[in-house]
Design a protein around this ligand. Structure first.
Ligand SMILES: *Cc1c(COP(=O)(O)O)cnc(C)c1O
Length: 227
């Protein structure tokens, strides 16, 4: 499709985000992070050209490659993947805008150590496994609040800004809703948390209805590309 057609297509995605957020209330603002993990730097540039600024990757090496290929553009980069301990320094060197997937106290303590050594900080979200799926990372909903507050206290180099979850992988909309509600209820109980990152291409409207204020949209943002 042409750039104009791509813009019309993306405007429609934005309109869907708009109507979902207006159902919550007029003051509920939702940010779109375009997850570019299956996309090339050229495709990211196409989306940038029609107005998108925030992008996210799930592998440190890909984040490094694409952010350096696109370094002349004023983009913000999010990291949404599972972070292995031996990649912490690499991630810190890339200075991401937000790390969405902090998934254990143990990892937080390692990040704290590396941040101290580099005299830097990291903005992050605590990932919650509110779908109770073995294949998903994240702390259990039962432990989330305590772990969140422990990280706040013991890891001052990590600026915890809220929570993240991946919705239940199910055709049953009520199960998906439940996983979002569990995360949002925890979010509401946290002191000075401002980001609730939930919702992907297949479930973002439901996530927003459940209180998400940051959606991570991959395939829906990149499916249709310029030819
Ligand atoms: C891939 C990915 C997304 C985007 O997925 P889509 O279904 O393509 O929108 C969002 N969040 C995380 C953590 C991901 O890994």
């Amino acid at each position: 499709m042409t750039e104009t057609e791509y813009k019309i297509y993306i405007d429609d995605v934005i309109r869907r985000v708009e109507s979902a957020r207006l159902k919550v209330n007029a003051h509920h603002i939702v940010k779109i992070v375009a997850i570019s993990k299956y996309s090339t730097s050229d495709e990211i540039k196409n989306l940038y050209n029609i107005g998108q600024r925030a992008f996210g990757e799930n592998k440190v090496q890909d984040l490094k490659t694409k952010s350096s290929e696109l370094e002349e553009l004023p983009l913000e980069w999010h990291f949404v993947g599972n972070l292995q301990k031996n990649k912490i320094n690499n991630l810190l060197d890339l200075n991401p805008t937000l790390f969405h997937s902090l998934d254990s106290l143990e990892l937080a303590k390692e990040i704290q150590k590396k941040c101290e050594a580099k005299n830097t900080t990291l903005d992050a979200l605590l990932q919650i496994n509110s779908a109770y799926e073995d294949t998903k990372h994240g702390v259990s909903p039962e432990d989330a609040k305590e772990i969140y507050n422990t990280i706040k206290k013991e890891c001052p180099a990590i600026n915890l800004k809220g929570v993240m979850c991946i919705g239940a992988k199910s055709e049953d909309k009520e199960l998906v809703r439940k996983s979002f509600e569990i995360t949002h209820n925890i979010y509401k109980e946290l002191e000075d948390a401002t980001i609730c990152s939930m919702g992907m291409s297949s479930d973002f409207e439901l996530a927003i209805e459940c209180g998400s204020n940051m959606v991570r949209l991959g395939s829906i943002m990149f499916n249709f590309q310029l030819s």
